[in-house]
Write a protein that binds this ligand. Structure first.
Ligand SMILES: Nc1ncnc2c1ncn2[C@@H]1O[C@H](COP(=O)(O)OP(=O)(O)OP(=O)(O)O)[C@@H](O)[C@H]1O
Ligand SMILES: [Mg+2]
Length: 475
């Protein structure tokens, strides 16, 4: 067995040390083939590694062949799926590969997806399709670029098996993904412990979460007050996340409580969709018959999930305080939404009272017109010029004329944008291009674009579109 770079990391047994009540040790599958399809060099410095010194063979040995590291831990969890409690969950096709300190001093998880069966596979094959892996890499990297607090993709290895799936033409190709995030502890990790009637284990897990992921709260001397501060902060982080998805034009699709991280990060990119058109009722998953996880319903569902989390937490902390904290969710989500939306519109530090009409008008324009949600922001970034402040007629003057109904809506939008420009200070005006460039990547990954990328891989093993999209995100 050869030595690889990722063995030099000092892995920290944080989750392991919680004890056997929280995980099962598992083995990785042995795959017939290992082809490295994606390596995220941008993440290596955080791991203390120099990208120039990490070879593809290192990636394959570590994250395709799973050499030189143990134990791998399947994490135990339950969750509410589409509103129904499911006690037959847990890592069924992935495991916690290891935890390490980033150069920033924070603890990070490496977790797999598609690495083989575990005690929680329930008859599933424990695998991830290559298309699923490609989609997950694209989502995580674009969301990161759009400012969403998300798990990142570290590597994708194609593994040479044939898989059968109801939602993909089959047989279909296989892969294993490795993700990097703060924590894979889910709301459902707590829910399972309530189901088992184990307040002692909830207490231990909550202390663990605060110690590693909310360490600034350790300064609060009163333990009860500290617990409440934790829940308040989780509400705030989750409200921010819901706002970030909305602004990104992202519909996650399966916001079950087992897909909600206790750190407030976004992860698990299955049937997600980046919206083509701004529509609050849009649903991503074909099996979401009632629109539970519709684009515009994401804040409400996150609040629902936070409310469900009160059930296990109330075994160790006061319920009333959590109920009061949850009441702040709506305002927090809205405020974050306005701030971030204004950034996408070029305004980094506009007082909210001034910016609100522009956001409202943007929503009206995007929902009622036929304009593409992501294309609108790309066009804004590409066409904005200082001339816009001189005469309203310069705004989007290079764009092709729209159908008349759309044009009318756009004219109202232009008027408001122009008024804001006229009120803006010279320095505010000068910062607009930079703000637009930072908030609006040039990559668009709505359904047709992703299918276009996949088609080239599927039909000609052509990875150039995939690589180009990822490179464009990083510029
Ligand atoms: N092919 C499979 N084989 C075995 N178990 C599976 C498979 N696909 C999904 N599961 C299990 O079904 C449950 C729900 O799956 P879901 O799609 O939410 O999670 P996931 O995509 O597997 O992983 P994660 O939430 O870590 O991103 C989980 O317990 C998961 O492990
Ligand atoms: Mg999941």
């Amino acid at each position: 067995m050869s030595h690889h770079c990722f063995q030099t990391l000092e892995y920290e047994p944080a989750f392991l040390s919680l004890g056997e009540e929280y995980w099962d040790e598992v083995q990785a599958a042995t795959f017939p083939q290992h082809i490295l399809r994606f390596r995220n060099d941008a993440l290596l410095p955080l791991m203390g590694l120099d990208p120039a010194k990490v070879t593809d063979a290192d990636f394959i040995a570590a994250f395709g062949q799973f050499q030189g590291r143990e134990p791998f831990l399947a994490m135990r969890y339950h969750g509410y799926q589409f509103g129904e409690y499911n006690a037959r969950l847990g890592d069924g096709r992935g495991f916690l590969y290891g935890q390490f300190r980033g150069v920033d001093g924070q603890l990070y998880d490496l977790g797999t997806k598609g690495s083989g069966t575990t005690p929680y596979s329930r008859g599933g094959d424990g695998r991830l399709t290559l298309k699923g892996g490609v989609r997950e890499v694209l989502a995580s990297e674009l969301l990161h670029r759009l400012g969403v607090r998300t798990f990142r993709s570290l590597s994708l290895v194609e593994t040479g098996e044939s898989l059968w799936r109801g939602d993909e033409p089959s047989p279909t190709r296989s892969s294993v993904l490795v993700r990097l995030g703060r924590s894979h502890i889910r709301f459902g990790t707590f829910e399972r412990l309530h189901y088992l009637r184990r307040p002692d284990l909830i207490r231990r897990l909550l202390d663990h979460v605060i110690y590693y992921y909310y360490p600034h709260l350790l300064e609060i001397p009163d333990p009860k007050e500290r617990d409440c501060a934790f829940y308040r902060e989780l509400v705030a982080r989750t409200a921010d996340l819901a706002a970030q998805w909305l602004v990104a034009g992202f519909c996650h699709g399966v916001l079950n409580t087992d897909n909600m991280a206790i750190t407030g990060e976004s992860f698990d990119y299955g049937p997600y969709v980046f919206l083509e058109h701004y529509d609050l009722g849009f649903t991503a998953a074909y099996f979401d018959y009632y629109g539970r996880y519709a684009y515009g319903n994401q804040p409400a569902i996150c609040a629902w999930n936070l409310e469900k989390l009160q059930i296990p937490l109330s075994l160790v902390m006061p319920l009333e305080e959590m109920q009061a904290a949850l009441k702040t969710f709506g305002d927090r989500c809205q405020t974050t939404y306005f701030k971030l939306m204004l950034k996408r519109l070029g305004w980094a530090d506009l007082p909210l009272e001034l910016g609100r009409p522009l956001v409202a008008e943007t929503q009206a324009f995007l929902s009622r017109s036929s304009i593409s949600y992501p294309q609108f922001f790309v066009s804004l970034r590409q066409e904005f010029s200082r001339q816009w402040a001189v005469d309203v007629g310069h705004i989007f003057c290079e764009s092709p004329t729209l159908p008349s109904a759309d044009q009318k809506l756009l004219d109202r939008w232009k008027k408001i944008y122009f008024e804001l420009l006229q009120q803006a200070t010279p320095s505010q005006q000068a910062s607009i291009p930079q703000t637009l460039a930072a908030a609006n990547p040039l990559v668009i990954l709505t359904r047709p674009q992703i299918e276009h990328i996949w088609q080239a891989i599927d039909q000609g093993d052509d990875w150039s579109r995939f690589t180009a999209a990822l490179e464009l995100m990083q510029t």
